[in-house]
Structures are given as structure tokens and as C-alpha cells.
Design a protein around this ligand. Structure first.
Ligand code: HEC
Length: 116
């Protein structure tokens, strides 16, 4: 019985450690290397912005769905300054994204808005 319990605890332990190291890897990096819209930016915008900024939301906010709209907002709009603003003063309206996500979008813009 003791052995079973022990194996169980080890299994739980390594599960927790693997979760932890994933999270750590994500927040410890300054930015994803060579970010692209398809691989990185699209998901960040989807998770953090589209609840308010899409054609499906009943408001006049800029639509941030799709490569062209996000590129346009980053190039000609306030997207980059909004995401880099201090907590509570920029976007998303309800909080600031983790720095690694902000850096990833900024790097994507700096590197010429690579799509694929
Ligand atoms: C909870 C709803 C909400 C979320 C989530 C949200 N926004 Fe907004 N956004 C707003 C509202 C409301 C405004 C207009 C008022 C203002 O500028 O504060 C706005 C304005 C903006 C503007 C300025 C538009 C302009 O040209 O004046 C940009 C750019 C923007 N958001 C980008 C983003 C980005 C990028 C994200 C995700 C990182 C995001 N928003 C997430 C609600 C939201």
C-alpha cells in the first residue's frame, strides 16, 4: 500500500513540476524568438483582446481580428502604445498582459510584421 501511495505522489509531483517549468519557461523569456502572426500574435490577441475588439462585439472599437487589422492597428493606430502602457491605463482595458506577451508583439512589429 505504501508503495502505491509513493508512486502516486511521485506522479503528482512530476506533473506539478512539468506544469511549473512550462509556466516558468513562458514568463522567463524576454520574447518569443522571431515571432510570426500565425504562430504567436494571433493567439495573444485572441486571448486578450477579441472579447471586446471583434466584429461580434457590439461596439465601435477597432476590430483586431485577422492579420491585416492587427498589422494596421500596430502600424497606424495605438496598439503598441496601448499594450505597453502602465497597468490600468492601456489595453487590455481590464489589466496589463504579462511582459513577455507585450515584448512578443513589439518584436513582431519591429521585425516587419511577419505573417507565417
Ligand atoms: C474589456 C474590453 C477590452 C479589452 C479586453 C481590450 N480592449 Fe482595447 N479598448 C476597449 C475600449 C472600451 C476602448 C475605447 C476606450 C479607450 O480607448 O480606453 C479600447 C480602445 C483600444 C484602442 C484605441 C483605439 C483608438 O484608436 O483610439 C486600441 C489600439 C486597443 N483598444 C487595443 C487593444 C488590444 C491590443 C487589446 C488586447 C491586448 C485590447 N484592446 C483589449 C476595450 C477593450
Amino acid at each position: 500500500m505504501k508503495t502505491v501511495k509513493c508512486i502516486f505522489l511521485v506522479a503528482i509531483g512530476s506533473l506539478m513540476m512539468s506544469c511549473e517549468s512550462d509556466t516558468y519557461g513562458e514568463i522567463s523569456g524576454l520574447a518569443v524568438d522571431n515571432p510570426t502572426y500565425d504562430a504567436n500574435v494571433q493567439k495573444i490577441i485572441q486571448d486578450n483582446c477579441l472579447s471586446c475588439h471583434s466584429v461580434y462585439t457590439d461596439n465601435e472599437l477597432p476590430n483586431l481580428e485577422g492579420y491585416d487589422n492587427v498589422k494596421d492597428a500596430a502600424q497606424n493606430g495605438l496598439l503598441l502604445s496601448e499594450i505597453a502602457a502602465p497597468y490600468g491605463q492601456g489595453m487590455p482595458e481590464d489589466g496589463r498582459m504579462p511582459q513577455v506577451l507585450i515584448n512578443t508583439i513589439t518584436a513582431w512589429a519591429d521585425q516587419g510584421f511577419v505573417q507565417h
